[in-house]
Ligand binder design. Structure first.
Ligand SMILES: [Ca+2]
Length: 300
């Protein structure tokens, strides 16, 4: 069964990547019938395209055989058989364990809403959904001086530097327990990691409670615990001050969204080429040129 899913997973990715996904009349496949007319007859997961708000959005559906034809499967729960992969660990468990871009459905209240993410299926057994990547060696660097709403929704390109968005991070880390894997690199090529057995970002909430409160714990690795100082803090951006520094918005001065306190011991969203792009912990401190954060459901 695993092998079958793996082969079909590869097939669906081929469809999603190749120009050959277009139907004979030049349109993109919208359902299993289009897939079948494109010459695919295997049961499995396929990428099709739906028009949402006048843009084409890729979604993954499951096509089963019925009366000798590939069709959408109507499941007993009334859903149409779409993949239920809520994160990259689910994709790995379904046999779609390739590194790189893939589609997940992270929102339990909106299971029809796809999100394009980058999966790491290699590090420490894989199953990781990347939530942040910075790398100053890319040609076109993404600006991380963004508004609260931009940090909520996410920005950048999952193939390069990006922030997946606080709504997605909340969905990925709540309510079940999640692990976090942080890697950093500096100008001299030195790299290190921190593995948190616990990482959680709370809901957006209202103005009585700071939004997207972060908590983390049980850290081991080579760069120390740069998040501990920020535990329990809400998320601040250039246009929304949720830090503990009265009369001062840390994010406005530093220009990256983060869980500032008074102000920071780490900031993995801060501008490239500055001292603010920084990870500091007991026994470690470095100005960075690269950083990545990724999460997966806790295995314990
Ligand atoms: Ca403040």
């Amino acid at each position: 069964m695993k092998l079958t899913y793996f082969i079909l997973g590869l097939l669906s990715l081929v469809i999603s990547d190749a120009s050959g996904h277009q139907a004979e009349d030049g349109s993109s496949p919208r359902n299993c019938q289009d897939i079948r007319e494109n010459g695919f007859v295997e049961v499995g997961h396929y990428v099709v395209y739906n028009t949402v708000n006048n843009t084409e959005e890729a979604i993954m559906i499951y096509c089963d055989e019925k009366d000798g034809m590939l069709q959408l499967v109507d499941k007993e729960d009334g859903t149409d058989g779409r993949s239920v992969a809520r994160n990259c660990k689910d994709l790995q468990d379904q046999g779609m364990g390739q590194d790189g871009p893939n589609i997940i459905y992270p929102y339990p209240d909106h299971p029809e809403s796809p999100v394009l993410v980058h999966c790491d299926q290699t590090t420490q057994g894989g199953g990781w959904t990347v939530i942040l990547r910075r790398d100053d060696s890319y040609d076109d660097l993404t600006d991380f001086a963004r508004t609260f709403e931009e940090y909520a929704a996410g920005f950048g390109d999952v193939n390069y530097d990006f922030y997946i968005g606080n709504e997605v991070i909340h969905a990925l880390t709540d309510p079940s327990q999640s692990e976090l894997w942080v890697t950093v690199g500096d100008e001299d090529g030195e790299t290190g990691y921190a593995h948190y057995q616990y990482f959680h970002v709370a809901a957006r909430s209202d103005y009585h409670i700071p939004p997207y409160i972060m908590d983390s714990g049980l850290c081991e690795g080579t760069i120390g615990d740069g998040l501990q100082y920020h535990n329990g803090q809400g998320f601040s951006t250039i246009d929304q001050d949720n830090d503990e520094y009265d009369g001062h918005n840390c994010a406005a001065k530093i220009a990256g969204g983060w869980w500032y306190r008074h102000c920071y011991r780490s900031c993995l969203t801060c501008p490239y080429g500055t001292w603010d792009f920084w990870w500091s912990a007991e026994g470690y401190g470095s100005v960075l040129s690269k950083a990545q954060m990724m999460v997966r459901p806790s295995s314990t």
